[in-house]
Design a protein around this ligand. Sequence first.
Ligand code: ADP
Ligand code: MG
Length: 397
Amino acid sequence: MKLDTRAIRYLTNDDWRVLAAVEQGSKNHEVVPTTLIAHLSGLRGGSGVHKCISSLAKVGLIAKVKNARYDGYRLTYGGLDYLALHTHRLRSTIFSLGNQIGVGKESDIYITASPENRQQVLKLHRLGRISFRTVKANRDYLRNRSSGSWMYLSRLAAQKEFAVMKVLWREGFAVPEPIGWSRHTVVMEFIDSFPLRMVDSVAEPGKLYAELMDIIVKLAQRGLIHGDFNEFNILIREETTPSTTEGGEDKVTVTPILIDFPQTISTNHANAQMYFDRDVNCIKRYFERRFKYVADEDGPFFAEAVKPVEGETRLDVEVEASGFSRKMAKELERWVGAAGNEAEAEDGAEEEEEEEGDEEDEVEDEVEVVNGGEDALPEVEQVDDPELAEEIDGLSL
Ligand code: ADP
Ligand code: MG
């Protein structure tokens, strides 16, 4: 699922309209019939639409699918990528796209630039890409559903991630500044840093340890648990202040910055304590192993951390459901919750990694869905249209 933007400049306005029509049709059709595409695109005259359809299919943005009852098209991940990029461009969130800097567990990370030439990160959520043993049951569950489900879940992940980052950023937590989101993508500030995982030694491990535990506690006081608080999701920014005395040592400040929020949960969640303890223990274990650092005290403890702090509002309440049904929030959680912890998953990853089939080639065999059947996408509000509200009022945690 490489993001190949070569074709983007050749798309005409009509092509974009047809691509958007396939996306819109996908919301309740696994396979979008050609007649519906024509209707939704609002283009007059059949031959124009057909020309667009064939050029979009040629560059792999839509794929032809033979349904049990009719032929039609579905949006590919490439098509979804293009639509998201197009929206970011229209909103002036992204001016240009640079190199890929990371392949996360379930995301691709690219450097982008704003119109002011500020460096940013574009995170494309790719739910369903991994195949770790820990998530096998879920993977099978989702594999049997439509490819549209993956896109839908990826989109929920992006929307939730943006909403969480937005409140955390506003409240002064050390997270990248969230800049925008569209569909399955989030644009955020680029942090010039290394993940903790790549840091071999720190001058004062005790200090960094205490800061990380403090973040976990402060989040819980405000009603949130990160849920995947580990060495991959903590970026370490080093800033050097030159010494003021001759021959003196430069001062290096180390700041941890937290990323990766789709699995964030409320402290009211049924398994909140388990997730809290897991986050704490993950850091404990890592500091022991990597920096040979063991804290003097036990804790922090969940019961202590969730005691409300006077005058501070709960952020989980703020991030709470508005546009999503409870079912949708659960569905996202079913995937991202169980996908669990990157550090744990990594251990079993090698032998469990399965051959990745070529998704586009398999489509014709795999997809045989009757329109409106179980696999039809749930009805959702079209919240990512450039003309519609950009603000997310809240999501269900
Ligand atoms: P995933 O959900 O796939 O784990 P992450 O959000 O953790 O995705 O991002 C994957 C990797 O990309 C991170 O470990 C980090 O190296 C890099 N990365 C992500 N966001 C940023 C950012 N804002 N600035 C710099 N690097 C980032
Ligand atoms: Mg991560």
